[in-house]
Design a protein around this ligand. Structure first.
Ligand SMILES: Cc1ncc(COP(=O)(O)O)c(C=O)c1O
Length: 355
Protein backbone atom coordinates (compact mmCIF):
# COMPACT_ATOMS: atom_id res chain seq x y z
CA UNK A 1 0.00 0.00 0.00
CA UNK A 2 1.43 3.39 -0.94
CA UNK A 3 1.44 6.23 1.55
CA UNK A 4 -1.09 8.05 -0.65
CA UNK A 5 -4.01 5.63 -0.46
CA UNK A 6 -6.94 6.89 1.55
CA UNK A 7 -7.18 4.81 4.72
CA UNK A 8 -10.84 4.18 3.90
CA UNK A 9 -9.67 1.92 1.08
CA UNK A 10 -7.06 0.06 3.08
CA UNK A 11 -9.26 -3.04 3.42
CA UNK A 12 -11.03 -3.30 0.08
CA UNK A 13 -11.08 -6.78 -1.43
CA UNK A 14 -11.58 -6.47 -5.19
CA UNK A 15 -13.77 -8.80 -7.21
CA UNK A 16 -11.79 -11.59 -8.84
CA UNK A 17 -13.08 -12.15 -12.39
CA UNK A 18 -13.05 -15.60 -13.95
CA UNK A 19 -9.68 -16.32 -15.52
CA UNK A 20 -9.08 -15.44 -19.18
CA UNK A 21 -5.81 -17.30 -19.84
CA UNK A 22 -3.99 -16.56 -23.11
CA UNK A 23 -1.52 -19.47 -23.05
CA UNK A 24 -3.62 -21.79 -25.23
CA UNK A 25 -7.05 -22.23 -26.79
CA UNK A 26 -9.41 -23.45 -24.05
CA UNK A 27 -13.01 -24.55 -24.21
CA UNK A 28 -14.19 -21.65 -22.09
CA UNK A 29 -17.03 -22.58 -19.80
CA UNK A 30 -16.03 -20.39 -16.84
CA UNK A 31 -17.54 -16.91 -17.20
CA UNK A 32 -21.08 -17.52 -18.47
CA UNK A 33 -20.44 -15.83 -21.80
CA UNK A 34 -22.43 -16.83 -24.86
CA UNK A 35 -20.67 -19.37 -27.09
CA UNK A 36 -22.29 -17.65 -30.09
CA UNK A 37 -20.72 -14.63 -31.76
CA UNK A 38 -22.66 -11.36 -31.92
CA UNK A 39 -25.81 -10.98 -34.06
CA UNK A 40 -25.37 -10.49 -37.84
CA UNK A 41 -25.56 -6.66 -37.98
CA UNK A 42 -23.52 -6.00 -34.83
CA UNK A 43 -19.95 -6.01 -36.14
CA UNK A 44 -20.72 -3.66 -39.01
CA UNK A 45 -22.75 -1.26 -36.85
CA UNK A 46 -19.92 -1.09 -34.32
CA UNK A 47 -17.27 -0.70 -37.04
CA UNK A 48 -19.16 2.26 -38.54
CA UNK A 49 -19.09 3.98 -35.16
CA UNK A 50 -15.40 3.19 -34.69
CA UNK A 51 -14.81 5.59 -37.60
CA UNK A 52 -16.51 8.37 -35.60
CA UNK A 53 -14.56 7.89 -32.41
CA UNK A 54 -13.34 11.49 -32.47
CA UNK A 55 -16.87 12.40 -31.28
CA UNK A 56 -18.31 11.58 -27.86
CA UNK A 57 -21.07 9.00 -27.62
CA UNK A 58 -24.70 10.03 -26.99
CA UNK A 59 -24.79 10.64 -23.21
CA UNK A 60 -28.51 9.80 -23.21
CA UNK A 61 -28.01 6.54 -25.11
CA UNK A 62 -31.29 7.29 -26.93
CA UNK A 63 -31.17 4.69 -29.71
CA UNK A 64 -30.76 1.81 -27.25
CA UNK A 65 -33.01 3.21 -24.53
CA UNK A 66 -35.87 3.66 -26.97
CA UNK A 67 -35.47 0.15 -28.34
CA UNK A 68 -35.30 -1.33 -24.84
CA UNK A 69 -38.37 0.63 -23.75
CA UNK A 70 -40.32 -0.69 -26.75
CA UNK A 71 -39.05 -4.23 -26.19
CA UNK A 72 -40.01 -4.30 -22.49
CA UNK A 73 -43.21 -2.22 -22.62
CA UNK A 74 -41.93 0.69 -20.52
CA UNK A 75 -41.09 4.36 -21.24
CA UNK A 76 -37.53 5.52 -22.06
CA UNK A 77 -37.60 7.37 -18.70
CA UNK A 78 -37.77 3.97 -17.02
CA UNK A 79 -34.47 2.82 -18.55
CA UNK A 80 -30.83 3.61 -17.69
CA UNK A 81 -27.95 2.34 -19.85
CA UNK A 82 -24.74 1.32 -18.12
CA UNK A 83 -21.25 0.05 -18.86
CA UNK A 84 -22.14 -3.57 -18.14
CA UNK A 85 -24.73 -4.35 -15.48
CA UNK A 86 -21.91 -4.20 -12.92
CA UNK A 87 -22.02 -0.45 -13.39
CA UNK A 88 -25.79 -0.39 -12.74
CA UNK A 89 -25.13 -2.25 -9.47
CA UNK A 90 -22.38 0.24 -8.68
CA UNK A 91 -24.72 3.22 -9.22
CA UNK A 92 -27.43 1.57 -7.12
CA UNK A 93 -25.07 0.97 -4.19
CA UNK A 94 -23.76 4.50 -4.40
CA UNK A 95 -27.26 6.00 -4.60
CA UNK A 96 -29.03 3.95 -1.96
CA UNK A 97 -26.42 2.53 0.41
CA UNK A 98 -24.35 4.13 3.15
CA UNK A 99 -23.50 3.57 6.83
CA UNK A 100 -27.14 4.27 7.77
CA UNK A 101 -28.70 2.40 4.82
CA UNK A 102 -27.63 -1.24 4.88
CA UNK A 103 -28.03 -3.84 2.17
CA UNK A 104 -29.03 -7.52 2.32
CA UNK A 105 -28.34 -10.36 -0.10
CA UNK A 106 -27.95 -14.13 0.02
CA UNK A 107 -24.81 -15.79 1.37
CA UNK A 108 -24.27 -17.66 -1.88
CA UNK A 109 -24.77 -15.18 -4.70
CA UNK A 110 -22.97 -12.85 -7.10
CA UNK A 111 -19.62 -11.92 -5.54
CA UNK A 112 -19.79 -8.30 -6.62
CA UNK A 113 -22.44 -7.33 -4.05
CA UNK A 114 -20.17 -7.61 -0.98
CA UNK A 115 -17.27 -6.08 -2.93
CA UNK A 116 -19.29 -2.91 -3.59
CA UNK A 117 -20.57 -2.80 -0.01
CA UNK A 118 -17.02 -2.92 1.31
CA UNK A 119 -15.87 -0.26 -1.15
CA UNK A 120 -18.63 2.11 -0.03
CA UNK A 121 -18.62 1.09 3.65
CA UNK A 122 -22.21 -0.12 3.44
CA UNK A 123 -23.12 -2.57 6.23
CA UNK A 124 -24.56 -5.76 4.77
CA UNK A 125 -26.32 -8.91 5.91
CA UNK A 126 -25.86 -12.23 4.15
CA UNK A 127 -29.06 -14.27 4.27
CA UNK A 128 -28.32 -18.01 4.33
CA UNK A 129 -29.71 -20.01 1.47
CA UNK A 130 -31.54 -23.14 2.59
CA UNK A 131 -29.67 -26.47 2.58
CA UNK A 132 -30.96 -27.17 -0.94
CA UNK A 133 -29.53 -23.79 -2.12
CA UNK A 134 -33.00 -22.26 -2.52
CA UNK A 135 -33.63 -18.70 -1.33
CA UNK A 136 -35.12 -18.43 2.16
CA UNK A 137 -37.98 -16.09 1.27
CA UNK A 138 -39.21 -15.56 4.83
CA UNK A 139 -35.69 -14.72 6.04
CA UNK A 140 -35.33 -12.25 3.15
CA UNK A 141 -38.55 -10.53 4.19
CA UNK A 142 -37.37 -10.23 7.79
CA UNK A 143 -33.86 -8.93 7.10
CA UNK A 144 -33.42 -5.15 7.23
CA UNK A 145 -31.92 -3.08 4.42
CA UNK A 146 -32.31 -2.82 0.66
CA UNK A 147 -32.64 -6.34 -0.74
CA UNK A 148 -30.58 -7.45 -3.74
CA UNK A 149 -31.53 -10.76 -5.31
CA UNK A 150 -29.96 -12.32 -8.36
CA UNK A 151 -32.76 -14.16 -10.17
CA UNK A 152 -31.76 -16.68 -11.41
CA UNK A 153 -29.16 -16.77 -8.67
CA UNK A 154 -25.47 -17.24 -9.44
CA UNK A 155 -23.72 -19.58 -9.01
CA UNK A 156 -26.65 -21.80 -7.95
CA UNK A 157 -28.67 -21.33 -11.20
CA UNK A 158 -31.98 -21.54 -9.30
CA UNK A 159 -34.79 -19.07 -9.99
CA UNK A 160 -37.67 -17.77 -7.93
CA UNK A 161 -41.08 -17.30 -9.53
CA UNK A 162 -42.24 -13.77 -10.19
CA UNK A 163 -45.13 -14.07 -7.71
CA UNK A 164 -42.67 -15.02 -4.95
CA UNK A 165 -40.59 -11.94 -5.75
CA UNK A 166 -43.71 -9.81 -5.86
CA UNK A 167 -44.60 -11.06 -2.41
CA UNK A 168 -41.21 -9.78 -1.15
CA UNK A 169 -41.49 -6.47 -3.02
CA UNK A 170 -45.04 -5.85 -1.75
CA UNK A 171 -44.16 -6.85 1.83
CA UNK A 172 -42.60 -3.44 2.54
CA UNK A 173 -43.14 -0.55 0.11
CA UNK A 174 -40.45 1.42 1.95
CA UNK A 175 -37.79 -1.12 1.23
CA UNK A 176 -35.90 -1.04 -2.07
CA UNK A 177 -35.69 -4.38 -3.87
CA UNK A 178 -33.16 -4.86 -6.67
CA UNK A 179 -33.63 -7.91 -8.88
CA UNK A 180 -30.50 -8.72 -10.85
CA UNK A 181 -31.75 -10.54 -13.95
CA UNK A 182 -28.42 -11.15 -15.70
CA UNK A 183 -29.58 -14.69 -16.61
CA UNK A 184 -33.35 -14.21 -16.85
CA UNK A 185 -33.55 -14.92 -20.58
CA UNK A 186 -32.64 -18.57 -20.06
CA UNK A 187 -35.98 -19.59 -18.62
CA UNK A 188 -36.88 -17.45 -15.59
CA UNK A 189 -39.72 -14.96 -15.15
CA UNK A 190 -38.74 -11.30 -15.34
CA UNK A 191 -39.93 -8.73 -12.79
CA UNK A 192 -40.00 -5.95 -15.41
CA UNK A 193 -43.83 -6.15 -15.64
CA UNK A 194 -43.95 -5.24 -11.92
CA UNK A 195 -42.20 -1.91 -12.46
CA UNK A 196 -45.48 -0.10 -13.20
CA UNK A 197 -46.96 -1.35 -9.92
CA UNK A 198 -44.06 -0.91 -7.46
CA UNK A 199 -41.92 2.19 -7.05
CA UNK A 200 -39.53 0.30 -4.73
CA UNK A 201 -38.28 -2.08 -7.46
CA UNK A 202 -35.26 -1.86 -9.77
CA UNK A 203 -34.56 -4.59 -12.30
CA UNK A 204 -31.02 -4.91 -13.64
CA UNK A 205 -30.25 -6.75 -16.89
CA UNK A 206 -27.30 -7.19 -19.21
CA UNK A 207 -26.41 -7.67 -22.87
CA UNK A 208 -23.46 -9.83 -21.77
CA UNK A 209 -25.12 -13.24 -21.67
CA UNK A 210 -28.15 -13.93 -23.90
CA UNK A 211 -27.26 -11.12 -26.32
CA UNK A 212 -23.60 -12.16 -26.82
CA UNK A 213 -22.08 -8.75 -25.97
CA UNK A 214 -19.99 -9.42 -22.85
CA UNK A 215 -16.98 -7.66 -24.38
CA UNK A 216 -19.03 -4.59 -25.33
CA UNK A 217 -19.95 -3.92 -21.67
CA UNK A 218 -23.58 -2.98 -21.91
CA UNK A 219 -26.17 -3.32 -19.15
CA UNK A 220 -29.30 -1.55 -18.05
CA UNK A 221 -31.60 -0.83 -15.14
CA UNK A 222 -35.38 -0.57 -15.43
CA UNK A 223 -37.45 1.08 -12.72
CA UNK A 224 -39.80 3.81 -11.71
CA UNK A 225 -38.89 7.13 -13.42
CA UNK A 226 -37.94 8.79 -10.10
CA UNK A 227 -35.45 6.02 -9.24
CA UNK A 228 -34.00 6.04 -12.76
CA UNK A 229 -33.58 9.84 -12.60
CA UNK A 230 -31.61 9.44 -9.34
CA UNK A 231 -29.40 6.77 -10.84
CA UNK A 232 -28.91 8.96 -13.89
CA UNK A 233 -27.76 11.81 -11.66
CA UNK A 234 -25.17 9.46 -10.13
CA UNK A 235 -24.11 8.38 -13.63
CA UNK A 236 -23.69 11.98 -14.79
CA UNK A 237 -21.70 12.75 -11.65
CA UNK A 238 -19.24 9.98 -12.45
CA UNK A 239 -19.08 9.44 -16.20
CA UNK A 240 -21.76 10.99 -18.44
CA UNK A 241 -20.39 9.18 -21.52
CA UNK A 242 -20.42 5.87 -19.69
CA UNK A 243 -21.31 3.80 -22.78
CA UNK A 244 -19.07 4.15 -25.81
CA UNK A 245 -20.20 4.60 -29.43
CA UNK A 246 -19.34 1.09 -30.60
CA UNK A 247 -21.23 -0.54 -27.74
CA UNK A 248 -24.29 1.63 -28.25
CA UNK A 249 -24.34 0.72 -31.94
CA UNK A 250 -23.88 -2.96 -31.08
CA UNK A 251 -26.70 -2.78 -28.54
CA UNK A 252 -29.10 -1.15 -30.99
CA UNK A 253 -28.20 -3.69 -33.67
CA UNK A 254 -28.75 -6.70 -31.44
CA UNK A 255 -32.12 -5.36 -30.28
CA UNK A 256 -33.14 -5.40 -33.94
CA UNK A 257 -32.38 -9.14 -34.05
CA UNK A 258 -34.82 -10.52 -31.51
CA UNK A 259 -35.38 -13.82 -33.32
CA UNK A 260 -31.65 -14.49 -33.50
CA UNK A 261 -31.34 -13.94 -29.77
CA UNK A 262 -34.37 -16.04 -28.85
CA UNK A 263 -33.11 -18.92 -31.00
CA UNK A 264 -29.72 -18.79 -29.23
CA UNK A 265 -31.44 -18.89 -25.83
CA UNK A 266 -33.47 -21.90 -26.99
CA UNK A 267 -30.31 -23.74 -28.11
CA UNK A 268 -28.56 -22.99 -24.80
CA UNK A 269 -31.54 -24.29 -22.82
CA UNK A 270 -31.60 -27.46 -24.93
CA UNK A 271 -27.84 -27.98 -24.41
CA UNK A 272 -28.29 -27.34 -20.69
CA UNK A 273 -30.87 -30.11 -20.46
CA UNK A 274 -28.70 -32.46 -22.52
CA UNK A 275 -25.64 -31.81 -20.32
CA UNK A 276 -27.52 -32.01 -17.00
CA UNK A 277 -28.94 -35.42 -17.97
CA UNK A 278 -25.48 -36.76 -18.80
CA UNK A 279 -23.87 -35.37 -15.67
CA UNK A 280 -26.62 -36.84 -13.50
CA UNK A 281 -26.13 -40.21 -15.21
CA UNK A 282 -22.45 -40.02 -14.16
CA UNK A 283 -23.40 -39.50 -10.50
CA UNK A 284 -23.43 -35.70 -10.28
CA UNK A 285 -26.02 -33.78 -8.35
CA UNK A 286 -27.05 -30.91 -10.64
CA UNK A 287 -29.37 -28.13 -9.53
CA UNK A 288 -32.36 -27.34 -11.78
CA UNK A 289 -30.93 -24.49 -13.80
CA UNK A 290 -32.86 -21.53 -15.20
CA UNK A 291 -29.59 -19.91 -16.31
CA UNK A 292 -26.90 -20.49 -18.96
CA UNK A 293 -24.82 -22.49 -16.51
CA UNK A 294 -25.03 -25.60 -14.35
CA UNK A 295 -24.04 -25.94 -10.71
CA UNK A 296 -22.92 -29.50 -10.19
CA UNK A 297 -21.14 -31.65 -7.60
CA UNK A 298 -19.78 -35.19 -7.70
CA UNK A 299 -19.09 -37.24 -4.55
CA UNK A 300 -15.69 -38.42 -5.87
CA UNK A 301 -14.16 -34.97 -6.51
CA UNK A 302 -14.14 -31.51 -4.92
CA UNK A 303 -14.97 -28.56 -7.14
CA UNK A 304 -11.33 -27.54 -7.14
CA UNK A 305 -10.08 -31.01 -8.07
CA UNK A 306 -12.48 -31.26 -11.00
CA UNK A 307 -11.62 -27.72 -12.12
CA UNK A 308 -7.89 -28.56 -12.13
CA UNK A 309 -8.32 -31.82 -14.00
CA UNK A 310 -10.52 -30.20 -16.62
CA UNK A 311 -8.11 -27.29 -17.03
CA UNK A 312 -5.26 -29.71 -17.65
CA UNK A 313 -7.41 -31.10 -20.49
CA UNK A 314 -8.10 -27.65 -21.96
CA UNK A 315 -11.54 -27.01 -20.48
CA UNK A 316 -12.17 -24.10 -18.11
CA UNK A 317 -14.95 -24.20 -15.53
CA UNK A 318 -15.25 -22.25 -12.27
CA UNK A 319 -15.24 -23.33 -8.65
CA UNK A 320 -15.83 -21.30 -5.49
CA UNK A 321 -13.78 -22.29 -2.46
CA UNK A 322 -16.19 -21.08 0.27
CA UNK A 323 -17.32 -24.00 2.45
CA UNK A 324 -20.89 -24.07 1.15
CA UNK A 325 -19.87 -24.17 -2.51
CA UNK A 326 -16.54 -26.03 -2.47
CA UNK A 327 -18.04 -29.35 -3.61
CA UNK A 328 -19.43 -27.76 -6.77
CA UNK A 329 -18.27 -26.51 -10.13
CA UNK A 330 -20.13 -23.93 -12.17
CA UNK A 331 -20.19 -24.89 -15.83
CA UNK A 332 -21.27 -22.41 -18.51
CA UNK A 333 -23.50 -24.03 -21.11
CA UNK A 334 -21.86 -23.76 -24.52
CA UNK A 335 -22.41 -25.33 -27.93
CA UNK A 336 -23.37 -28.99 -28.20
CA UNK A 337 -19.84 -29.75 -29.41
CA UNK A 338 -18.32 -28.05 -26.35
CA UNK A 339 -20.69 -29.88 -24.01
CA UNK A 340 -19.91 -33.20 -25.69
CA UNK A 341 -16.19 -32.57 -25.08
CA UNK A 342 -16.90 -31.65 -21.46
CA UNK A 343 -18.97 -34.79 -20.85
CA UNK A 344 -16.36 -37.02 -22.54
CA UNK A 345 -13.49 -35.58 -20.48
CA UNK A 346 -15.45 -35.79 -17.22
CA UNK A 347 -16.21 -39.44 -18.02
CA UNK A 348 -12.48 -40.12 -18.44
CA UNK A 349 -11.60 -38.18 -15.28
CA UNK A 350 -14.13 -40.16 -13.24
CA UNK A 351 -12.67 -43.43 -14.60
CA UNK A 352 -9.20 -42.27 -13.45
CA UNK A 353 -10.25 -41.24 -9.94
CA UNK A 354 -12.49 -44.21 -9.38
CA UNK A 355 -10.00 -46.81 -10.70
C1 LIG B 1 -25.58 -12.22 -11.29
C2 LIG B 1 -24.75 -11.32 -12.14
N1 LIG B 1 -25.05 -10.03 -12.19
C3 LIG B 1 -24.34 -9.17 -12.93
C4 LIG B 1 -23.26 -9.59 -13.66
C5 LIG B 1 -22.45 -8.56 -14.42
O1 LIG B 1 -22.51 -8.73 -15.77
P1 LIG B 1 -22.07 -7.56 -16.77
O2 LIG B 1 -21.36 -6.50 -15.98
O3 LIG B 1 -21.21 -8.23 -17.77
O4 LIG B 1 -23.35 -7.04 -17.35
C6 LIG B 1 -22.89 -10.93 -13.64
C7 LIG B 1 -21.70 -11.38 -14.40
O5 LIG B 1 -21.36 -12.49 -14.53
C8 LIG B 1 -23.65 -11.82 -12.85
O6 LIG B 1 -23.31 -13.11 -12.76
Amino acid sequence: MSRFLSPKHAHISPYVPGEQPQDMQYIKLNTNESPFGPAPGVAQAAAEQAGKCNLYSDPECRAVRERLAARYGVAPENVLLTNGSDEALNFIMLAYGDEAHPVAFCDVTYGFYPVLCRLYHIPYTEISLKADFSVDVEACKKTAGALILANPNAPTSLALRRDTLEDMIAADPNRLVVVDEAYVDFGAESCVPLIAKYDNLIVVQTFSKSRSLAGARLGFAIGNAALIAELDAIRCSLNPYNVNRMSLAAGAAVLDEDEWYMENCRVIMENRQWTAERLRAMGFSVLDSSANFLFAAHPALTGEALYKKLKARGILVRYFSAPRTAAHVRITVGTRQQMQALVDHIGEILKEVQA
